[in-house]
Design a protein around this ligand. Sequence first.
Ligand SMILES: Cc1cc2nc3c(=O)[nH]c(=O)nc-3n(C[C@H](O)[C@H](O)[C@H](O)COP(=O)(O)O)c2cc1C
Length: 210
Amino acid sequence: MILAITSALLSLGACTTAVNNDEKNETAGNADGANAVIENIMTRTSIRQYKEQPVEQEKIDIMLKAAMAAPTAVNLQPWHFIVITDKETIGKLAGRQPTNAPLLIALCGDTDKTVMPDGKMKLPDFWVQDVSAATENLLLAAHALGLGAVWTGCYPAMERVDEVSKVLNCPKNIVPLAVVRIGYPDESPEPKNKFKEENISYNTFGGKKE
Ligand SMILES: Cc1cc2nc3c(=O)[nH]c(=O)nc-3n(C[C@H](O)[C@H](O)[C@H](O)COP(=O)(O)O)c2cc1C
């Protein structure tokens, strides 16, 4: 499967660091691969205007694989992803921000999956971090595939959670954390430079770099 994903990414001109459980990361430690990954991270920016062109299913599959490659606490993978291409449903999810995105993906926590299989340990709140990691992976994959995307927040804004859950017919255990809007970009904003030395300490809070 890794070969299929990697060749799909290669043929799309994207970076080549896709992996799954079956095979090794072929580009780990490779300087060109590392540069491509860092470049992809540094050039991602939120895109909110999209062309009409639909997103190919192959690209949707790659984004979902990237999302599910994210780390999760005790590897519980407490998530569910809802892919939305139906125009009417997209309209209903617009909230206060109408969108012309041809594709939305709702990234949800699955609270039924926050208990260890032996039932001994409960990790009730870690799903938020797990699904956030998946959301960032998905945004980065979208960018690598030539798509534009923006994270729109749901959880913990319960009003929005209820609104999105209702439209998507989610059972109680499925909690929308984010709805990512995705499409071919119809704008090209500059990535923001957010690096600030003042946000970093060394060894203890306020400690300086040696
Ligand atoms: C938790 C979260 C919620 C967000 N919600 C929204 C939103 O509701 N609407 C929106 O247009 N952008 C939303 N964003 C995108 C941010 O506005 C954007 O990431 C931020 O301005 C930085 O810009 P950048 O993504 O281009 O680096 C959200 C981002 C995060 C991480």
